[in-house]
Design a binder for this molecule. Structure first.
Ligand code: FES
Length: 174
C-alpha cells in the first residue's frame, strides 16, 4: 500500500499562491529573501515538501533565478526538497535526551521501519530524523511525530507507536 499525503493543490491553489506571492513582494520590496521564506512555508504546508514545479513557479513570480530559490530552500533545515512520509518522526538527540537513552529509541525506530535517519519508507508513511533539542528537555527522551510530542519514550514503546500510526493512516485512507 502506498500512502499519499492529502494536498490542497488545485488550479485555485496556484492562483491563491500568486496572490500570496504578490502580497509578500509588496511587503518586502527591498528584500526578496524576506518575501521568499513565507512563500516557501506556504508551499511546504500544502505539499509537505517543496516540489520542483513550485520552485520554478515561485522563482518566476518573484523574478529571481531558480538556483536562488533552491539555495534558500536547501539552507533551512525546516524545508525539504524531497517528499516526506505522512508521519515525520523526529527523535531528539540533544544532551538531555541523549543521556536518557534517545539514541536507543532512534535505533529502534530505524530498525522497525527499516530506514536510516533522513530516509522515508517506500510506502510513503514514515520519515525518520535526528533532532536537536525539541524544547521539552524535562520530558526526555522526547520524540515528535509531526507536531505531537511523545514524552519519556523507551525503545520498548516504539513498536506500539508505529502500530498506532499505521492503524491511524489505514483508517484515514480506507
Ligand atoms: S534535549 Fe531533547 S528536548 Fe531538549
Amino acid at each position: 500500500m502506498r500512502y499519499q499525503r492529502k494536498t490542497l493543490e488545485s488550479p485555485e491553489w496556484w492562483q491563491s499562491l500568486d496572490a500570496y506571492i504578490a502580497e509578500q513582494k509588496e511587503r518586502n520590496r527591498d528584500h526578496v529573501q524576506s518575501a521568499l521564506i513565507p512563500v516557501l512555508h506556504h508551499v511546504q504546508d500544502t505539499f509537505g515538501y517543496i516540489p520542483v514545479k513550485a520552485i520554478n513557479h515561485v522563482a518566476q513570480q518573484l523574478g529571481v533565478p531558480t538556483a536562488f530559490v533552491c539555495g534558500v530552500a536547501s539552507f533551512y533545515s525546516y524545508f525539504s526538497l524531497t517528499p516526506k512520509g505522512i508521519y515525520t518522526i523526529s527523535v531528539c538527540l540533544g544532551t538531555a535526551c541523549y543521556v536518557r537513552g534517545s539514541q536507543a529509541v532512534l535505533d529502534e525506530f530505524c530498525r522497525q521501519i527499516n530506514c536510516r535517519p533522513g530516509e522515508s519508507t517506500p510506502d510513503g508513511l514514515f520519515t525518520v530524523h535526528e533532532a536537536r533539542c525539541l524544547g521539552a528537555c524535562g520530558q526526555a527522551p522526547v520524540v515528535m511525530v509531526n507536531d505531537v510530542v511523545y514524552a519519556r519514550v523507551t525503545p520498548e514503546q516504539v513498536p506500539d507507536i508505529i502500530a498506532q500510526l499505521t492503524a491511524e493512516a489505514q483508517a484515514e485512507s480506507a
